[in-house]
Design a protein around this ligand. Structure first.
Ligand SMILES: C=C(O[C@@H]1C=C(C(=O)O)C=C[C@H]1O)C(=O)O
Length: 268
């Protein structure tokens, strides 16, 4: 919840090297939350509305836990921070703490890709990251872990959301560095052109290389012997998560943010 980007210095907040350093730090946060989640079975029932009865709610168990957490966190200013975006906008509650005055670093926008992120997390990311500890493992459901798995999911989803919506800082930084390049593309509604303009394939390649090394290093406890009955995070699943979901969704955020960048500006 603490702001990842020090907004006291707006120029530092929009320094691309500084932003990329924050993205590297967020890799560790995401990975450690995934490793925690991977200690439990997939527990598919917690993602199915109605599979676990919840009083006065038709949500899935996992969605209900996430929504309740966000309601509480909204009261203590989590979503005042420009690097935090809720999955359940309708769960937001009045503050019980005085509002914080953040300097406006980002341009006003309503970009939020959390619904797509959650869909991909449940249907693709989690199944490919949670691997069975051993072939002998018979079940992918452990009722006693429902609460722990849902709680771990909240941490995974919120860290992934923060990483992906950091694309707004990246996009603002790139826009301010070269507005004359982006303005014609934005005015033409050329989303493919904007995507090409914000893409840095070399940086993406380095992200995936670094992530593979981290997943191999963090995912296994070196002090435990090979026979220990522990779940490991699946290295290929982690790499695929970033390659197929985190990086593409970050770029969607960048493009959608830039498509709104001229609204109310001198260039509108
Ligand atoms: C985040 C950036 O923008 C794009 C997205 C990237 C990512 O999500 O890792 C990396 C490079 C760019 O293609 C960046 O330039 O650092």
């Amino acid at each position: 919840m603490d702001l990842v980007v020090d907004l006291s210095d707006a120029t530092k907040a929009l320094s691309l090297p500084h932003i990329r350093y924050q993205l590297i730090r967020l890799e560790d946060t995401v990975l450690f939350h995934l490793i925690e989640r991977a200690q439990f079975p997939l527990n598919g029932n917690i993602y199915k509305p109605g599979a676990i009865p919840i009083p006065d709610s038709s949500l899935s168990f996992s969605d209900w836990v996430l929504r309740e957490q966000e309601a509480l966190q909204s009261k203590i200013r989590r979503f005042q921070s420009p690097d935090e975006y809720p999955f359940f906008e309708d769960a937001m509650q009045p503050l019980i703490l005085p509002p914080l005055e953040y300097p406006s670093v980002l341009w006003r926008n309503d970009v939020n890709v959390n619904a797509e992120l959650k869909n991909r997390y449940i249907n693709s990311i989690l199944p490919s990251c949670c691997v069975k500890a051993s072939r002998a493992e018979r079940t992918e459901e452990a009722q006693e872990n429902y609460g722990s798995a849902a709680t771990a999911d909240v941490n995974c989803l919120q860290s992934l959301s923060r990483r992906i919506h950091f694309g707004k800082f990246v996009a603002e930084s790139k826009f301010q560095s070269n507005p004359s390049h982006f303005i014609p593309l934005i005015k033409a509604g050329d989303t493919q052109g904007i995507d090409a303009a914000i893409t840095d394939s070399n940086v993406e390649r380095k992200v995936l290389e670094r992530l593979r090394l981290k997943a191999e290093m963090y995912g296994v406890d070196p002090s435990m012997d090979a026979e220990s009955p522990t779940r490991k995070v699946h290295v290929e699943g982690v790499v695929a998560m970033y390659r197929d979901h985190v990086i593409p969704l970050t770029k969607v955020v960048e493009v959608e943010y830039l498509m709104q960048r001229l609204r109310g500006s001198e260039w509108e």
